[in-house]
Design a protein around this ligand. Sequence first.
Ligand SMILES: C[S@@+](CC[C@H](N)C(=O)[O-])C[C@H]1O[C@@H](n2cnc3c(N)ncnc32)[C@H](O)[C@@H]1O
Length: 364
Amino acid sequence: MNSNTIIIADSLTELKKIPTESVDLIFADPPYFMQTDGVLLRPEGSKFSGCDDEWDKFEDLKNYENFSQIWLSECQRILKPNGAIWVIGSMQCIYLLGAIMQKLGFWLINDVIWHKSNPTPNFKGTRLCNAHETLIWAAKSKKSKFTFNYKTAKELNCDIAEFSRGKRLQMGSVWRFAVCSGNERLKDENGEKLHNTQKPLALIERIIAISSRFGDTILDPFAGTFTTAAAAKKLGRKFICIEKSEKYAKFGRARIEKIAPELNEIALAKFDEKPKKAQISDMIRDGFFILGEKFYLEDKFAILQSSGKLEFNGEICDMHSLCARIKAAKSARLNGWKHWKVRRNGEFILIDEIRQSYRERNSN
Ligand SMILES: C[S@@+](CC[C@H](N)C(=O)[O-])C[C@H]1O[C@@H](n2cnc3c(N)ncnc32)[C@H](O)[C@@H]1O
């Protein structure tokens, strides 16, 4: 599956057809098994349409557990070795889903609280207002080197509480987003709310931006209104979406058609790009260092070799371990780029500054 794919069918059968180790990231918003019954009325008497849909009904908890066990184990098979999954759920299901995931060998990375800034009130005042949902972020296994665009996450960390003296802080595990409403909420042909549990686009965009790369393939086994597909397309990722309702899929498709990719610094995770490796031998070739010149550290100097190593008292050493030795550091190596200096126009300059100019010249 190299391009975007929409499958209108049951996930339990369709997931089995997806090749092993073919997907980078999964976002799953499965049935919750809410077990709601009866009509919920607002204080003024109007009917509140919560999640009482047929797709959320299961015979009993055992039945729901079996269903969850099947789709979660298929997801684990489908993920690439370094892949990861996000599962969102309410209190009715998230503990069970988390337990199944751990037993399957998924490796928990974080649980995230989606704090709803505009939650549905508890109309009868019989318990707390349920103002959050939980997301579990887990890697395929303990060995997985999962994607985390740390600096991109920091950049997205725009909650006012997350700024300290004008600096962005690490992204935390409580995220505040409004429940999907207004123009974002998809309407059916009668102008009625299409789906009871459409998730905010911004929530899924954040997930995709921080835990996948440009061009990755994202799978959503319970696509609903295709929020995951919309976010994936916007951020330049490929998607595979499975949804069993024809009606949701019809509107979902139309929604995706209207999305244009926005390949900005967030989508491309520019903040997390590692600088190109600078080899000393290349820097000598390009005239940034001179073969045989002196590298200075405190009151000592060593002579630069063509290999990038340094000759010190007749011994050939790498600059990092020699740096640690001269500075009598506890560790065997110190970052030599931050300590060795060379002379340019009579002044001592840190070799890291020279590396920086080399990188700048070679950045295009
Ligand atoms: C919680 S909703 C997902 C909402 C979605 N994240 C969105 O933003 O619109 C779950 C969806 O899974 C679908 N679904 C439930 N069981 C399914 C199954 N066995 N196979 C495929 N889709 C299923 C339902 O029709 C429903 O649209």
